[in-house]
Design a protein around this ligand. Structure first.
Ligand code: HPA
Length: 263
């Protein structure tokens, strides 16, 4: 860990980072908007080999709208390795660089009629439908993390304000984590609707659990790329996710920029 921090600070300087951003499928290009230094994950020992197409596997540290950010252009998913702790080291690094808050983005399917492809949803809460937990095996009582208000109320209010100021509709809802990599069945989606989910995706939840464990304030926004399985005639595929994500990404970028510029 110390070696990693030295390597990062040698390249990017040692001014503390304020905000971390993890970018989801088809959203990785936002990393290129940062005025700063990009380091490939391949140069960061222990960082995941982000093997999912549509991700941009680099860490960019620099200025975005007057805030010093660390942007993770890609994430490792549980379904790549079977390890729900896949993003633990990057998040530990983020915390050690001084970050106090983390904003996660993801591509997700909608379970709510009236929230369609290209729209954005701010997470108010999540359902860990996978039942996996990245804190299993943590040795001390710090593993008993409180997950009430895991999605920070102040950050949510500020993101809502940012969206309103930009004229962007930001829905609010509950995200269910499905392990992937297969998509859900229509029966699973019907079950998730009954359980109170508004969107479904294959990421974010383990990172929010780890983020809260590390003391990071967390917020997350889904870019809706499709109606979930069985809710429309479109055929779900990763190609479709990557093709649709940029539509929401443009709005997401506006919201994130407005949020970061609020001073
Ligand atoms: N299900 C799971 N993950 C997803 C979806 C979906 O429908 N769309 C984008 N990511």
């Amino acid at each position: 860990m110390e070696d990693l921090l030295t390597l990062i600070r040698d390249r990017a300087g040692d001014a503390p980072v304020a905000t971390g951003l993890i970018l989801g499928s088809g959203l990785g290009h936002l990393a290129d908007s940062v005025d700063g230094v990009a380091i490939d994950y391949a140069d960061l020992p222990g960082f995941p080999h982000a093997g999912v197409s549509g991700h941009n596997p680099k860490l960019v540290i620099g200025d975005l709208e007057g805030t010093r950010v660390a942007v993770f252009g890609g994430r490792a998913h549980y379904y790549e390795s079977g390890d729900p702790r896949a993003m633990k080291l990057p998040l530990e690094v983020l915390r050690a660089l001084g970050a106090e808050e983390l904003i996660l983005t993801n591509a997700a399917g909608s379970l709510r009629d009236g929230m369609g492809p290209g729209e954005l949803m701010l997470l108010s809460d999540h359902i860990n439908f996978s039942g996996l937990n990245p804190l299993i095996g943590e040795p001390s009582d710090t593993r008993f993390v409180n997950m009430t208000d895991a999605y920070n109320r102040d950050m949510r209010a500020a993101l809502d304000d940012a969206a309103r100021a930009q004229g962007v509709t930001l829905h609010t809802g509950v995200y269910a984590w499905y392990s992937g990599p297969s998509f859900e069945t229509p029966a699973e989606i019907r079950a998730l609707r009954v359980l109170g989910s508004d969107a479904v995706g294959m990421s974010t939840v383990p990172e929010v659990i780890l983020g809260r464990f590390l003391g990071l304030k967390c917020a997350a926004i889904s870019t809706i790329t499709n109606m979930a399985a069985g809710m429309s005639s479109e055929v779900l595929s990763h190609e479709h996710t990557k093709a649709m994500a940029p539509i929401g990404a443009a709005k997401l970028e506006k919201v994130l920029r407005a949020y970061l510029s609020r001073g």
